[in-house]
Design a protein around this ligand. Structure first.
Ligand SMILES: [Zn+2]
Length: 231
């Protein structure tokens, strides 16, 4: 069993909040004319599920992926966040939105929480990687990184983990940036889990440039797996 520097057993968790663009049949009418939006980066994170699968297979003690589109409800947003529901879902009634939250958002989030609670209660430390991808161009902004590692600079385990992974990936030639293209402390799944759990929990968002798929996919997945920090 892998142990941390302090000797605690280590448990690794992977999640993929935006792995697919499925819409449940009962809401198909709401998204009838949204094919282009669903297929775009606004509907899902292309490539993220492949990276999640590779990392979870190689290093995961538990893994949770979702393949329902974020346009129904965004699993990487708190329910009170203005973007938890997309413009289309905001057109639904409050009752319908509550139903969506109860059936897709809550069970998924609660499964992750229950897993972490069990591990922490057993004295383990947790490393959680939430796998995402970002569009290479947003408006007029061209993103100048292959890989982003998002974390909370105040949490030492996250700082150490990201430093080690960044060094390993840079040695293989990847352009890696810290807290880019978003900040790790913005509203999100890892941020919610940090609020809930103490320093035994370390959560990092892995952000992959969608331009790497499919051309550099094989090299990317190989290097992510091989450079994954031991601790
Ligand atoms: Zn995402």
């Amino acid at each position: 069993m892998t142990r941390t520097r302090s000797g605690a057993p280590l448990r690794r968790l992977f999640t993929c909040e935006h792995g697919g663009r499925e819409i449940p049949a009962e809401f198909a009418a709401v998204f009838e004319d949204a094919a282009a939006e669903l297929a775009s980066h606004r509907g899902w994170d292309p490539g993220a599920l492949e990276a999640f699968d590779a990392l979870a297979a190689a290093h995961g003690d538990a893994a949770f992926a979702a393949t329902t589109s974020r346009l129904l409800v965004d699993l990487n947003r708190s329910l009170h966040h203005p973007q938890a529901f997309s413009a289309r879902s905001r057109g639904l009634s409050p009752g319908e939105r509550a139903d969506i939250a109860a059936r897709w958002w809550q069970p998924w989030r609660e499964s992750v929480v229950a897993t972490i609670e069990r591990w922490l209660a057993a004295g383990a430390e947790v490393r959680h990687v939430s796998v995402h991808s970002f569009t290479p161009v947003l408006g007029v902004e061209v993103r100048n990184a292959d890989i982003g590692l998002l974390y909370d600079p105040r949490r030492q385990a996250e700082v150490d983990f990201c430093r080690d992974w960044l060094q390993g990936l840079r040695q293989r030639g990847w352009r890696v940036r810290r807290n880019y293209p978003y900040r790790g402390i913005a509203d999100g799944h890892t941020t919610a889990l940090r609020r809930r759990f103490g320093p035994g929990y370390a959560g990092v968002e892995l952000e992959l440039n969608q331009a790497l798929f499919p051309a550099r996919r094989e090299a990317l997945l190989r290097d992510l797996v091989q450079t994954f920090p031991a601790r």
